[in-house]
Write a protein that binds this ligand. Structure first.
Ligand code: BV8
Ligand code: ZN
Length: 246
């Protein structure tokens, strides 16, 4: 039986499904993944090094400019057929939880509801010091790629604005993590789409689900750290595979 028919059957037999997406889910919308591909203007910077509180403290104008560049990139990107397929599957089924490691809003723009963002949200800008929510400040004039931009200052305390993402070395939002763990521990299918499975603790979710008795299906054109524990690996891209599950 073809892989798509096996995955469809897993979906039909599952009472409750958790989908875990990673940067590969946004790749076909033109958003660079963390560990693959060329970052163009930012090619000489390692994203994992910039996505830390230390990097922001050391050079806020560099890190802030990187996030503003990424915000503009997400703004000009569109959700693809895979995002729309997940939103449609979520509308059709009860027992459907979408958990993402991504900080973009492509799942929401495709119509998915109650998305669990384990690593925060790019556009949820807040003060680095007092956590007051903030606006993103001066518009990105003409989107000419820039390497430095001073973060706007907090009206409450004067602190610098930061993106609402979870940096390396920062704890995941308690409520998001607990909701994701509760969902995988009671589901019968974990559908993992587009993650290399190297960032913890998010990468442990498929294993938690499997230990609780769920089947694990992976959609990824390459193999990943998740592949060895997946019952089924569908070597396909998100935009090509997910619409076939409708
Ligand atoms: C924490 C927001 C503790 C920021 C992100 C050593 C061993 C183990 C762990 C650690 C370690 N040293 C440090 C750690 C912990 C660290 C970690 O896991 N590091 C890794 C790199 C080893 N984790 C943390 O720091 C976490 N916090 O542990 O806190 C703590 C506890 C209590 C109190 C205080 C502290 C925080 C991790 C969150 C980091 N933030 N994002 C931002 O975006 O700027 S993570 C970042 O990576 C993105 O969110 C991204 O989603 C995520 C994971 O990467 P992937 O999504 O998997 O993307 P990747 O590029 O790797 O892979 C893409 C995949 O897609 C590939 O497999 C590819 O084949 C596939 N693909 C490509 N195209 C397609 C496709 N698939 C389908 N279709 C396609 N078209
Ligand atoms: Zn403040």
């Amino acid at each position: 039986m073809a892989t798509v028919s096996k995955v469809r059957r897993c979906l039909e037999q599952a009472r409750s499904v958790v989908v875990l997406t990673g940067a590969g889910m946004s790749a076909e919308s033109g958003i660079a993944t963390f560990r693959g591909g060329d970052h163009g203007l930012w090619a000489r910077f390692d994203p994992a090094r910039l996505a830390t509180p230390e990097a922001f403290r050391a050079d806020p104008d560099l890190v802030w400019a990187w996030y503003r560049w990424r915000m503009e990139g997400v703004r000009s990107a569109q959700p693809h057929a895979g995002h729309h397929a997940l939103a449609e599957l979520g509308r059709r089924r009860a027992g459907w939880t979408l958990v993402t490691q991504n900080v973009d809003d492509l799942h929401e723009r495709a119509g998915s509801r109650d998305v669990i963002h384990l690593h925060g949200e790019l556009f949820a800008i807040r003060c680095f010091d007092c956590h007051a929510s903030m606006r993103e400040g001066e518009s990105w004039a003409g989107f000419e790629p820039i390497l430095r931009q001073a973060p706007p200052r907090c009206p409450q305390c004067g602190g610098p604005a930061r993106p609402g993402v979870v940096w390396f070395g920062e704890a995941l939002p308690e409520s998001a993590w607990c909701a994701a763990v509760a969902a995988v521990e009671r589901c019968d299918l974990v559908l993992v789409v587009g993650t290399s499975g190297v960032v913890h603790p998010a990468a442990a979710l498929p294993e938690l689900g499997r230990r609780a008795g769920a089947r694990v299906v992976e959609i990824n054109p390459e193999s990943s750290a998740i592949t060895p524990l997946a019952h089924l690996h569908w070597p396909a891209t998100a935009a090509a595979a997910l619409p076939q599950l409708l």
